[in-house]
Write a new protein. Structure first.
Lengths: 1041, 471
């Protein structure tokens, strides 16, 4: 920046603040990336940019060679570009009047000067990989604690603004505590560190103490919670599906993985790789699969009319958007429909990226905590010990097993025909049955809890003797299926059918099943509460006979509460009388699969339906013996000599059940399995064996596929190094390549934003050509390079930022700063802002002493008005079982997040519902917030708890001391004398009114019904409760100073 | 409002309101006086649109679930004639239905239609009250949308996009015009019917606009606003006392830190306090005459769509910019005849009463009333009982009243089966462009910079102001 222009600039600053951000506009040398390209992008590229479809006159102004058609480098006056911009003829002037675009005179001046200076095109700054900039040498009296300060001071000096004084020790401790852990400091922490931070005038020991405090907070397990919340916004985390049904889902293992990752300081590159392709890493662990929950946080639409493929594509677009915003820091959404008007990502390149992610199943896998995993390992060990016992007991077990297998393989089996099926729409209730290549059908979309789908197929044979029904697993089903319940289980209430012969189309022949056999038949059992249909009819589940007993209240099920439920199953149904099919005729067979064992609320997880099934028909006799498990039957088809050890183990596990003398030990094995932990589930990605073809979608419509697109990365970004890894894993690694121009800058900028309220680039969701120019470009690059060159360790970055004098300044707004830099883009002070929604709650809980500091686990249900979760507010009834134990006081990060019914307190303070990736929340200041903190029950409960704590912990104190105690718990400092006076007066007035019987203390303390406050006299507690309510409501309490 | 947003709204002034540099400088100077600060920078301050608009307020009667145009407004004698036959094959080419096999039999209209008013609009027998205000209605029989599932289609109708995360029409309205009400939210939502709307509260969300522009859901029983009532045992004086103490302390801290955000918080608390009085006053129908209550068919003690309509008028009277009533009840896959009869019984009278009431009070000119759902219903039958219709996006009917629309006009036509629009197609985007136009906005210029783009309600696809509808 040119110093001679300074006085002019300062004069202008008072009216046009933005000029301070792009001072080069007035400087001699015009910078293409910062000055010219934004003008061209905003006003010209719509018709003269990368988008071929909307390009006019065949002219591109984004490519130097092609722009030469209208630009004469070095001579603006001779350049048609300028002539057209200045033209007065409406037919000639650019941009055309009907485009709604126009250039300001100073913009045209900029373009002129740029052309006069040679019209040099440079890439947009954010598309060139960051390089380590030289650290400016500044001569200043201001503190330079690390290179951040040098960059900031260099710019401040140029504008002759003095940085602010350091904040007080108390303010710094609270600021650090809120910034690093999201929790206010306990007074003891302030007592411990404030004197050390002051260091008695010894700067060195003060600095050392500060660094120690930072390390102390960085190693707190609450650090991960605080920073996870930011990432979870970007990852659009929620505990429900979204859309109309908005059913609860389990994704908190992912949330906890994010928390742990930040706590462990997992390198950011590794953090990203695992979220995109953890499942594809060699020896992927449960954690690696859980990490892929990032992509699975997309919403799921299971409303009745939804086409699963349409909403799979919507979810894909959402994943692309999330990758763009949260990792690349780029808006790529527009290129879904057309080539991006401004950024150079082409329509076709969007689908090139899309293709990397397109080859997945939407899995819901069982996951186990460490304790559960230990128990699971124990069960596996027990089973294996018992099986070993059998092998000891029967020394020639192997020979016997082979003999059994040979004999079993000899048995003659029916020849099955699997006809393609047609389903009667009105029997499906809106669910969709998707045909699979093996003739099976996968049930997706809406899942009714009580229906009887009707399938029709054609059978070609001389007689029909029976039906085979296979229930098959699939990665898209919960716990792999084969059912659609949240346990992957199903219940078949009744199978029935009828036949019409082609020779007698009017005659319906009912199919009467006389006998049924299955590879597995569980004991009779009562239904679980989740399947309650709120009707009187008692329904049970059990073995295969229940499927043909003519009673819809009994069902055959696979629900046995062990992992063995989640396996393929087979049943054979024999017709009591074979149906003869005369020569030249075919039979139209109609099968009904009644599934009436689900619960009353199909808008919740109460379905008990079959997830994937295959219907086959035969003319052969149905054997007396039961079908073998599908895995065993498949192995019997190959010679036992070719079996692997695992194959033998599979056959063994079945063979032992065929031996009556092993009954006792088999029972022991069964009961061992019964103690296998159920764990919970997590939405993850799973790779498909059959790759999908990715096509360019015309206008982003999934019904308008164009040419096939192979996975590839956009031209304007860095190259991908070839490797043999699966393509999604290659993509994941590419995202965090050292050469990526935006990845490190994007995360560094967002972390800066969290500390300073605004990023170095204000548009933290978009570093593309339309982004606002960085306030300190070299600083941004310095931080990005620092991150990458220090093993992508985010804690290094945090240490660096909070270690700077820039961070440690006071946040007070002087009149001078208010006038000269109200947005604080020059960083002559620290930021002062209201804390995020979750921190508002956490501060209140922590101040009151109620906060339960447990880290991780299932999401919780703090108090909320019940009607929010019921129609007509909620679409369907939702369960919100208010916690009455300490779960009520968990950090707000753990509050259950229904997308369609956000937790009202958090919503009022600008939390986002997780419908799409968000890297920059609004920060509002509204009456709704005031009503919430004044009147919401948890705020009141906390106020009274704080009062009880104050009274309990300061038994001999006077009012002023007690006020100090409560005030300090909320704000981290003692009140001033005049503040104390306001509070003492207020307290006195409330006391008088209580004493006079004007206010009822019992009423006032009623929000604390769950608290043990017996030690406090109600009138005292009420008065202090009202006082604490005032303190909790102070601007300062919910502000990070 | 934080500084970033303050600056943003200032930019908006400069860019979209034609407020020159002088005015900005003046605002800047005023900002030094703390009381003037938030007036100058209040994101909800009433503002002038691009050009003088005809309307100040909108009441959107959102018939969620999607009412059957074929039974209510779009009379199709040919459909009656071909009842029970399969639809022509060419009609179904490329057609996707939500539930049914598209090749299902046609179902004739279930109710009688007759002509009403001087305009002679054809209206169903189950809408007798609406029929009486036919001459006040502007009916659009040629609506069309892109989505045929409830949640995406509702989001489409309310935010212009099937994708979640975009600002709603009401949010755009507040962003554009600000609020006239100092003690009630500028954008209010009520819900009635069997369920909540499928799109949830994204239907009235602020999307990428600042959250101050999102709708506030009020309840028509109990506390109208969440956390409105004083806590147990806290009387009016105690609440005022608490507020005074909070304000006194906040003012001291404002003096110490100089952060204008504290001034905003002080005024937020004051508005909250005023809202504690004004919201119950709003909800108290005691001042309404029995005649008015009867006209709407509203029982003050019972939650109902009728009561919400009356409250909508009261809200508009109090300067609330945008009122949206969701009545989720219209998804007649089955029970078409009884379902429609009941829904009309619940809504018809109140809709008509609202128009007449606004008119009587001279408010209809500046208030635009909009009636409609997220899509229409198939002319093909759903279910074996011949008593249901599936979702249908290609053609449906909406009506508007007041707000500078041409009264007594019916625009657009659908084909003989009410399947496709054959004349004067009005896409959801066109409707949005038209509504914004009535407010005084050029829909291409009412924009907000987000993710590097000038985002707008009507998006990037073409949209037109339907001038044929405008008086």
């Amino acid at each position: 920046m040119n110093i001679r222009l300074l006085p002019v600039l300062l004069g202008l600053l008072t009216v046009l603040l933005e000029l301070s951000l792009c001072p080069t506009a007035l400087a001699d040398q015009v910078d293409f990336a910062n000055d010219v390209r934004p003008i061209l992008a905003d006003t010209c590229y719509q018709c003269h940019g990368p988008d071929e479809e909307s390009r006019a006159a065949g002219l591109r102004l984004d490519r130097p060679d092609e722009a030469l058609a209208v630009i004469e480098p070095g001579d603006a006056a001779a350049s048609e570009l300028i002539t057209r911009l200045l033209a007065s003829d409406a037919d000639l002037v650019m941009p055309p009047p009907d485009s709604g675009k126009s250039l300001r005179p100073e913009q045209i001046q900029t373009l002129k000067r740029w052309i006069d200076q040679g019209a040099e095109f440079q890439s947009h700054w954010a598309f060139l990989a960051p390089e380590r900039p030289a650290i400016p040498v500044v001569e200043t009296d201001a503190a330079i604690k690390n290179p951040i300060d040098a960059f900031v001071q260099a710019k401040l000096q140029a504008t002759a603004i003095t940085p602010s004084a350091p904040a007080s020790a108390e303010t710094l401790i609270r600021r650090l505590s809120l910034d690093l852990t999201g929790l206010p400091p306990e007074p003891a922490l302030i007592d411990q560190w404030a004197p050390r931070l002051r260091g008695d005038g010894d700067a060195e020991s003060a600095n050392a103490a500060y660094a120690q405090l930072v390390n102390h907070l960085l190693s707190s397990e609450h650090f991960g919670e605080r920073w996870a919340r930011l990432w979870l916004d970007a990852a659009r985390y929620a505990d429900s599906d979204g859309y109309e049904k908005d059913k609860p889902r389990e994704a908190w293992f992912y949330r906890d993985w994010v928390i742990r990752s930040f706590n462990q300081d997992r390198p950011y590159d590794d953090f990203i790789i695992r979220q995109i392709a953890g499942d594809l890493l060699p020896d992927a662990t449960q954690d690696d699969r859980v990490a892929t929950g990032f992509l699975r946080n997309s919403m799921v639409n299971e409303e009745g009319g939804a086409d699963p493929e349409q909403f799979r594509m919507e979810a894909m677009f959402d994943r692309m958007d999330a990758v763009g915003k949260s990792i690349l820091g780029l808006t790529i959404q527009c290129a879904q429909c057309h080539t991006h008007k401004y950024d150079p990502i082409q329509h076709e390149e969007y689908y090139g990226l899309f293709a990397y992610l397109n080859n997945t199943h939407d899995a819901i896998i069982p996951v186990y905590t460490d304790a559960q995993q230990a128990q699971a390992d124990q069960v596996t060990a027990d089973v294996s010990k018992l099986e070993q016992q059998i092998k000891t007991q029967i020394p020639d077990w192997h020979a016997q097993l082979i003999a059994w297998a040979d004999q079993a393989a000899q048995r003659s089996l029916p020849q099955w025909q699997t006809p393609p099926l047609e389903f009667l729409d009105r029997t499906l209730g809106g669910s969709k049955f998707l045909e699979q290549p093996d003739g099976s059908y996968l049930c997706q979309g809406y899942a009714p809890t009580n229906f009887r789908p009707q399938a029709t197929g054609t059978f070609d044979g001389d007689r029909l003797t029976g039906v085979r029904l296979e229930l098959l697993t699939h990665p898209n089903l919960p716990r792999n299926g084969p059912g659609r319940s949240i346990d992957g289980t199903w219940a078949l209430s009744e199978i029935s059918g009828q036949v019409v012969l082609s020779g007698a189309p009017d005659k319906v022949i009912p199919m009467k099943f006389g006998r049924a056999v299955a590879d597995r038949s569980p004991q009779v059992a009562e239904l679980k509460p989740r399947y309650d249909n709120k009707k009187d009819n008692k329904r049970t589940t059990g073995g295969i006979d229940f499927a043909i007993d003519g009673d819809d209240a009994t069902a055959w099920t696979n629900e046995i509460d062990t992992p063995q439920a989640n396996q393929d199953q087979t049943a054979w149904f024999e017709l009591a009388q074979p149906i003869e099919i005369p020569d030249q005729q075919t039979a139209t067979v109609e099968i009904h699969l009644a599934q009436r064992h689900g619960g009353w609320n199909s808008d919740d997880n109460q379905t008990f339906n079959i997830g994937r099934f295959r219907v086959s028909l035969t003319a052969d006799p149905i054997p007396e013996f039961a079908p073998l498990p599908i895995a065993v039957a498949a192995l019997l088809k190959k010679p036992s000599a070719d079996w692997s050890a695992d194959d033998t183990a599979v056959v063994f596990s079945h063979w032992r059940t065929t031996r009556p003398e092993l009954e006792p030990i088999n029972q022991q094995i069964d009961s061992a399995w019964a103690s296998y932990p159920r764990g919970t589930t997590q939405l993850t990605l799973a790779s498909r064996n059959r790759p999908r073809t990715t096509s360019l979608l015309h206008r982003g419509e999934f019904l308008s596929p164009g040419v096939e697109v192979r996975p590839h990365v956009p031209d304007f970004l860095h190259d991908m190094q070839p490797s043999d890894a699966p393509s999604r894993l290659q993509f994941a690694r590419w995202l965090v390549d050292r050469d990526s121009p935006t990845t490190a800058r994007s995360i560094v900028n967002r972390i800066w934003q969290a500390y300073f309220g605004t990023g170095l680039v204000e548009t933290s969701d978009d570093l593309g050509t339309q982004s606002s120019p960085p306030s300190h470009p070299e600083l941004l690059d310095y931080l990005a390079v620092e991150l990458m060159e220090n093993g992508w360790r985010l804690k290094h970055l945090h240490r660096l930022i909070v270690g700077s004098a820039t961070y440690q300044q006071s946040s007070d707004l002087t009149p001078e700063l208010a006038q000269r830099d109200p947005q604080n883009r020059l960083l002559a002070r620290a930021a002062r802002f209201r804390v995020p929604a979750e921190t508002v709650r956490d501060i209140t809980l922590a101040a009151s002493g109620l906060l339960d500091r447990e880290v991780g686990g299932r999401s919780v249900y703090p108090p909320a008005p019940e009607f929010l979760f019921q129609p007509p507010v909620s679409y369907g009834p939702k369960v919100w079982d208010v916690a009455r134990d300490s779960q009520r006081y968990r950090r707000a990060l753990y509050t259950f997040r229904f997308r369609s019914v956000p937790y009202p307190m958090l919503e009022n303070f600008d939390a986002v519902p997780g419908n799409l990736s968000c890297v920059r929340r609004s920060l509002s200041n509204t009456p709704m917030q005031a009503l919430t903190s004044l009147n919401e029950p948890m705020f009141l409960e906390c106020s009274i708890a704080l009062a009880a704590k104050t009274l309990g912990e300061t038994p001999d104190a006077d009012d002023a001391q007690r006020i100090d105690f409560a005030f300090r718990r909320c704000t981290g400092r003692l009140p001033t004398d005049s503040e104390r006076t306001v509070l003492v007066d207020y307290l006195d007035r409330q006391r008088q009114r209580i004493a006079a019987g004007e206010l009822d203390p019992e009423q006032i303390i009623s929000p604390a019904a769950l608290l043990d406050v017996r030690d406090c006299p109600p009138d005292q507690l009420a008065a202090w409760g009202l006082l604490c309510r005032v303190i909790v409501n102070l601007d300062e309490t919910i502000t990070r100073e | 409002m934080n500084l970033t947003n303050t600056i943003r709204s200032r930019r908006w002034f400069m860019k979209d309101c034609g407020v020159g540099l002088g005015a900005i400088a003046a605002a800047q100077m005023m900002a030094e006086e703390s009381t003037a600060a938030h007036l100058a920078t209040d994101p909800l301050a009433a503002r002038a649109p691009h050009f003088p608009g005809k309307i100040k307020n909108v009441i959107f009667l959102f018939m969620a679930g999607a009412p059957s145009h074929l039974e209510l407004f779009d009379y199709k004698p040919q459909l009656a004639k071909f009842d029970g036959t399969l639809p022509p094959a060419e009609l179904l080419k490329g057609y996707r239905a939500a539930f049914i096999n598209p090749n299902s039999k046609l179902l004739g209209p279930k109710f009688q239609f007759s002509r009403h008013g001087k305009c002679g609009a054809q209206i169903s027998e189950i809408l007798p009250h609406t029929a009486q205000v036919a001459d006040d209605l502007t009916i659009v029989k040629s609506m069309t949308t892109d989505a045929f599932n409830h949640a995406p289609a509702q989001i489409m109708m309310n935010t212009g996009s099937q994708l979640f995360g975009k600002p709603s029409l009401g949010a755009w309205t507040l962003y554009g015009l600000g609020s006239e009400s100092k003690d009630l939210p500028g954008f209010v939502v009520f819900s009635s019917g069997k369920k909540g709307p499928s799109g949830g509260n994204s239907n009235w969300g602020s999307g990428y606009l600042p959250t101050v522009y999102s709708g506030v859901q009020l309840r028509n029983v109990g506390d109208p606003v969440l956390y409105l009532s004083n806590p147990n045992g806290v009387d009016g004086r105690a609440q005022r006392d608490a507020l005074d103490a909070i304000t006194a302390l906040n003012q001291q801290h404002l003096a110490a830190t100089g952060d204008p955000e504290i001034a905003t918080r002080i005024s937020s608390y004051e508005m909250a306090y005023r809202m504690q009085a004004s919201a119950p006053e709003l909800m108290d129908l005691g001042a309404e005459s029995q005649q008015t209550l009867d006209a709407y068919g509203a029982d003050p003690d019972k939650p109902s769509f009728a009561k919400n309509c009356l409250l909508a008028r009261r809200l508009v009277e109090r300067g609330v910019r945008f009122v949206q009533l969701f009545h989720e009840a219209w998804d007649q896959h089955g029970d078409l005849v009884n379902g429609l009869k009941n829904n009309c019984k619940d809504t018809d009278q109140a809709c008509a009463a609202l128009i007449q009431d606004l008119k009587q009070r001279g408010m209809l000119d500046e208030t635009l009333v909009i009636w409609g759902g997220e899509f229409g219903r198939t002319p093909m039958v759903q279910g074996g009982g011949g008593d249901g219709r599936d979702h249908h996006p290609n053609a449906f009917t909406m009506w508007m009243a007041g707000g500078g629309m041409k009264p007594g006009v019916t625009l657009g036509e659908s084909d003989d089966f009410g399947f496709n629009v054959t004349a004067d197609k009005v896409h959801v985007r066109d409707l949005h462009a038209t509504i914004l136009h009535q407010m005084g906005f050029d829909h291409t210029r009412l924009s907000y910079k987000f993710q590097g783009l000038d985002q707008r309600l009507t998006g990037v696809e073409p949209a037109r102001v339907v001038t044929e509808l405008i008086a």
